[in-house]
Design a binder for this molecule. Structure first.
Ligand code: NAP
Length: 297
């Protein structure tokens, strides 16, 4: 474990200068950190070198350059390929891997890096390159807390550095769970948009209404989360069987308008199973039992 306490101007190395890696290195430079960079295609470092970055000639040199190495490549396979090369000595390094992946890859890569003598944090970037360096760029981290705290002042240059816990898989798990939220909201909006368009209402007219509904529903989450954590689902607002009747309206309306009703039918089938299991008088989040159970059919 590192006894190194970071300062606002600690040196840092960025490995991987794709769209995201360039933004990360740029933000470190802007915050005044001496920044070493390395990329498989060296030309991608040109603009950063012009701004004051040092280009490491080899990956081995990059890993030796500073107290902290940020890795941001296409995927975990590329990370293992690059850092597994004989010239890449991980002993004594601190790696923060901001490459996207799943929790199993994160845990396996943590074990793999630690076996080679590295201190390892995994991370997930919940932002686009242009927002890196602003508070709006949330970057999730998981792994040893002491490592995160030691380097937090450096990580602050990238955005809002958030620590989730010691399990290396957590950052990726939150990242992937966020995808479920993102696509569910977008799919629900697209369903409504298809319905309204069938009635001659354009997408831009419906969008502010959809935005209002999404924002309102989001306010229900903390209260519903309490019900899930307690395992108790009293119908304080409405019962699942009332919701199921509204789902039938959604299916019928979609079919009548000639738009796709697959998603409404899927939602209804989950509710039907929960009602058949005796949960019709309980509140909507009782469906967590459906979501928590694998199905192959
Ligand atoms: P990108 O522009 O495609 O860059 C990929 C980087 O990986 C390049 O530096 C590439 O090197 C390097 N690379 C790939 N395979 C390699 C290998 N075998 N050995 C060495 N280097 C290798 O991708 P990006 O947008 O920067 O994304 C990087 C990571 O950030 C991804 O995991 C992505 O999911 C995540 N992320 C991106 C965004 C975003 O908006 N861009 C947002 C959140 C998270 P070369 O330049 O030599 O090809």
């Amino acid at each position: 474990m590192s006894n190194h306490t970071d300062t606002a101007v600690s040196s840092v190395t960025v490995v991987g200068l794709g769209l995201m890696g360039q933004a990360l290195a740029g933000a470190f430079l802007k915050a005044g950190h001496p920044t070493t960079v390395w990329n498989r295609t060296a030309a991608k470092a040109d603009a950063l070198v012009a701004e004051g970055a040092r280009l490491a000639p080899t990956i081995g040199d990059a890993l030796r350059a500073g107290s902290l190495t940020i890795v941001c490549l296409t995927d975990y396979r590329a990370v293992r390929e690059l850092l597994g090369a004989s010239e890449a000595d991980l002993a004594g390094t601190t790696l923060i891997n901001l490459t996207s992946g799943d929790s199993t890859q994160a845990r396996e890569t943590a074990r793999w890096a630690e076996e080679r003598g590295a201190r390892y944090l995994d991370g997930a970037i919940m932002a686009i390159p242009s927002s890196i360096g602003t508070a709006g760029a949330v970057i999730l981290h998981s792994g040893p807390e002491a490592e995160f705290e030691a380097h937090r002042p450096t990580l602050d240059a990238l955005g809002t550095a958030t620590y989730l816990g010691a399990d290396h898989g957590l950052a990726s798990l939150y990242d992937v769970a966020g995808l479920a939220m993102m696509w569910s909201v977008l799919n629900a909006w697209l369903q409504g948009t298809a319905m309204l368009r069938a009635a001659g209402v354009d997408a831009a007219t419906y969008a502010p209404f959809a935005q209002m509904i999404a924002a309102e529903v989001a306010t229900w989450l903390p209260g519903y989360a309490e019900q899930i954590d307690k395992g108790s689902f009293p119908a304080e607002v409405s019962a699942l069987e009332t919701d199921a009747r509204a789902m039938a309206h959604l299916i019928e309306e979609s079919e009548a308008l000639g738009v796709n009703a697959e998603l409404p039918r899927l939602i209804r089938s989950m509710a039907d199973r929960a009602i058949a299991a005796g949960h019709g008088g309980e509140q909507y989040p009782v469906l967590i039992e459906e979501f928590g159970t694998p199905r192959t059919d």
